[in-house]
Design a protein around this ligand. Structure first.
Ligand code: ADP
Ligand code: MG
Length: 383
């Protein structure tokens, strides 16, 4: 298929009979490790995908914003008066939320006409929502010459999703879509917002990250996500800490003894997952790929048993990939469906993908899709 960048430009020209002023992109992402740690002030380690959402755009003299999505096949128009959370709904709430969040931050995004085309699968845990927000944000910041340095952009996009769309996501996805660097994973401290670009050139070491989209239907995502956050907040209050990030591994047994069974397991996941992120960074820096694999598999067990955010398709993909020789495998993203990452020797990717497809067929699951992912750069203007 034609890349999203070309489609955005083409659809723009067809709809409006003129060329856009420019094309901006933002990538989807996978999270190598560090799940449900972001809203606990912890650590994450995503990298951006070559799958992009592209926005072709041009300033508009109408004083309003018009957004068309190729995949949705619909157009939405809104003005400054509509910039009240809840006024624009459906997919257009994401771009409207970005305009609102910029306004709310004291900036004046220029009215514009935008066309969105995407190569990021929707709802697969690859963060199409943040890619959409960040592509629109980057376009508006550039078109308007707005004073919004790169490090401040993720929180504006996050605010669009939290306060306008109404999804209480953490800051990982927007940070990945904005700040990632090609060939690197992004280590992010979600409290200080400090980042480090960690070299992640797996191909040079003869391995690959295989992304397996289970195509499992998402179940209860919003409610379960909110429930996990609520349990973490309760545990935080009971333990008298600012965030679960503040519970160290050494304090863990004492802290867990003070919690009920569910809060205990949720807390154990968050605290041990934070440590696994730090250990993965060290393993990547030390070229210890078997170590990275073991940490990924341990992370999956923790998500399955303690955080209880996996589903049968996801667990099956992980087990089958490991049985077919993967060095490690884990679910990536918020859970209840979505994608699995498997760290695989480069010459085994097709065999592992085929093994998972075979098991899925035998169990009557929807057919999975798999691709090898190499770390891509963050949001930028491309034309
Ligand atoms: P994920 O971010 O994991 O893909 P979300 O549920 O957070 O899943 O976000 C998906 C939503 O983002 C879609 O339901 C839609 O509203 C919006 N979205 C993503 N991509 C597009 C697109 N190309 N066009 C319009 N809306 C999109
Ligand atoms: Mg999302």
């Amino acid at each position: 298929m034609t890349p999203s960048t070309e489609r955005a430009r083409r659809v723009y020209a067809e709809r409006y009979d003129t060329q856009p002023a420019g094309v901006w992109v933002a990538p989807g992402r996978v999270n190598l490790i560090g799940e449900h740690t972001d809203y606990n002030d912890g650590f994450v380690l995503p990298f951006a995908l070559p799958h992009l959402i592209a926005v072709a755009a041009e300033p508009s003299s109408t004083g309003r914003w018009t957004v068309y999505s190729e995949s949705a096949g619909t157009e939405a128009t809104f003005g400054v008066d509509d910039l009240v959370p809840g006024t624009v709904d459906g997919w257009a709430a994401y771009p409207a939320g970005v305009v609102w969040a910029l306004h709310d931050g004291g900036l004046r995004p220029p009215p514009a006409r935008l066309v969105v085309a995407s190569d990021v699968p929707v709802g697969a845990g690859l963060s199409s929502s943040a890619a959409l927000e960040c592509a629109v944000l980057t376009a508006l910041v550039d078109l308007g010459g707005l004073d919004l340095p790169l490090p401040r952009r993720p929180s504006v996009a996050q605010r669009a999703e939290n306060a306008y769309v109404g999804m209480p996501c953490g800051i990982m996805d927007q940070s990945a879509a904005t700040l990632c660097r090609a060939g690197h994973a992004l280590f992010l401290d979600c409290r200080s917002l400090d980042i480090a670009h960690i070299p992640c050139d797996l191909a040079a070491d003869g391995t690959a990250v295989l992304v397996i989209n289970t195509n499992a239907p998402h179940r209860h995502v919003g409610g379960e996500y909110a429930a996990r956050r609520a349990t973490c907040e309760t545990a935080t209050a009971q333990l008298g800490v600012a965030a679960l990030r503040d519970v160290g591994l050494d304090d863990l047994p004492r802290a867990l003894a003070r919690l009920d069974d569910v809060a205990r397991r949720r807390t154990r996941h968050v605290v041990t997952e934070n440590q696994r992120v730090l250990d993965t960074v060290a393993a990547l820096r030390g070229n210890d790929l078997p170590g990275v694999g073991r940490l990924m598999t341990a992370s999956h067990a923790s998500m399955r048993d303690d955080y209880e955010i996996t589903v049968p398709e996801v667990d099956t993909a992980v087990e089958t990939a490991l049985a077919a020789g993967a060095r490690g495998a884990r679910m990536t993203g918020g859970g209840f469906g979505g994608c699995v990452l498997a760290l695989v020797d480069a010459d085994r990717t097709a065999a592992v993908a085929a093994a998972v497809a075979g098991t899925f067929a035998a169990r009557g699951f929807a057919a999975p899709e798999a691709f090898v992912a190499t770390p891509h750069g963050g949001a930028t203007r491309i034309a």
